[in-house]
Design a protein around this ligand. Structure first.
Ligand SMILES: NC(=O)c1ccc[n+]([C@@H]2O[C@H](COP(=O)([O-])OP(=O)(O)OC[C@H]3O[C@@H](n4cnc5c(N)ncnc54)[C@H](OP(=O)(O)O)[C@@H]3O)[C@@H](O)[C@H]2O)c1
Length: 331
């Protein structure tokens, strides 16, 4: 498994990371089995994955607790990335939050501490300042951000450049290409790609929006008429599932599964430092790790970009997967 050192740090991470959000039960994923989580983490380690991404918000801290238990005895071999919550808007709250995360994770440092979602610019500056102090105290080896657009990057970069920006990026959601990826490239910032399989939609198993479980049908791809959607847009349901059908054809002729096509597309982009993928079984994470070493050939890459361009244009440059342009938390 390819390893990359995060810019400006001595933290080295694997090209594929285990995104741990789906290891614990919640509204989005439904019921999850702790025994399956144990097998998934073991399979990830066996496959050479060393980066594990969790967050204080996932299952209200229970995700960190589970990960801490599953990584006992492995601490020196892995990198743990976690995130403060949007409710922690003061330096004191962030410091206390990290201490609580460290207790749950059974460790005295994290490898990467990240801002999960930014509040106001003033809050963002205060929280980022707190993360920098926590790094100086040795409680975080590196600090980064998630979901920040160019204006918000201006706010944090006035203090210190983040090592990484964690962003939603997959074949069905390419919004970050318009402004955020070029900005991260210019500043040589690491990019961690989240939801690389669009919560499983890029498996190709669901043929229409109606087949997607309601709690996963919440992104801007879906109509605001759907039960759990937070935006007020019409969505792009027909175009999304037409795009998935075209991708399936490209996958078939190139002897890839859809999942392989989606992950190899990301692995072909040298700007992506690590791909944070979730899994509901050890077989899934083992298969994902096996496919990542092989980038797509240039012609297939071009065709796949072309076929997903109309959806990219329709979704626009708003990089918030869940909220409308007016309510976007990314700017
Ligand atoms: N910073 C942020 O704001 C933010 C937001 C979202 C996510 N993230 C991070 O990104 C990570 C990954 O994103 P995600 O959890 O949203 O979803 P994802 O990685 O796009 O999708 C994960 C789902 O894809 C399916 N899958 C995975 N491998 C497969 C395979 N080989 N074959 C078939 N299906 C496969 C599984 O679906 P089934 O469960 O149906 O089997 C799995 O649960 C998260 O865990 C989290 O660490 C961060």
């Amino acid at each position: 498994m390819k390893q990359t050192t995060l810019p400006g740090t001595d933290v080295t991470v694997s090209q594929l990371a285990l995104g741990c959000w789906g290891l614990t039960s919640d509204f989005h994923w439904g019921q999850r089995d702790p025994a399956a989580a144990q097998a998934i983490v073991a399979a990830a380690l066996d496959a050479g994955i060393t980066l594990f991404d969790t967050a204080t918000m996932y299952a209200d801290g229970a995700n960190e607790t589970l990960l801490g238990e599953l990584l006992v005895g492995k601490r020196s071999e892995v990198q743990i990335a976690t995130k403060c919550t949007p409710a922690q808007t003061t330096a004191d709250a962030v410091a206390a939050g990290l201490d609580a995360s460290l207790t749950r994770l059974k460790t005295d440092y994290v490898d990467l501490y990240q801002i999960h979602w930014a509040g106001t610019d003033a809050e963002l500056a205060e929280v980022w300042g707190a993360l920098i102090e926590l790094k100086q105290l040795g409680k975080a080896r590196a600090v980064g951000v998630c979901n920040l657009g160019p204006q918000q990057l201006d706010v944090v970069c006035a203090l210190e450049k983040p090592a990484t920006n964690q962003l939603p990026y997959n074949l069905l959601f390419r919004a970050i290409e318009s402004e955020i990826l070029p900005r991260c490239k210019k500043q040589k910032m690491g990019v961690l790609a989240y939801s690389p399989l669009m919560h499983g939609m890029l498996r190709g198993q669901w043929k229409s929006a109606d087949e997607v479980p309601a709690t996963r049908a919440r992104s801007r791809h879906f109509s605001s008429q759907r039960e759990h959607v937070r935006h007020d847009e019409a969505g792009h349901e027909a175009l999304t599932f037409d795009t998935i059908e075209c991708l399936q054809q490209f996958a078939d002729v190139s002897h890839n599964t859809m999942v392989e096509l989606a992950l190899r597309w990301l692995a072909s982009n040298p700007q992506i430092t690590s791909i944070l993928v979730g899994a509901s079984s050890p077989e899934q994470i083992a298969a994902n790790a096996a496919t990542i070493a092989r980038p797509l050939d240039k012609e297939l890459l071009k065709q796949v970009n072309q076929v997903t361009d109309p959806l990219k244009q329709a979704m626009g440059p708003n990089a918030d997967l869940w909220q409308s342009t007016e309510g976007s938390r990314i700017h």
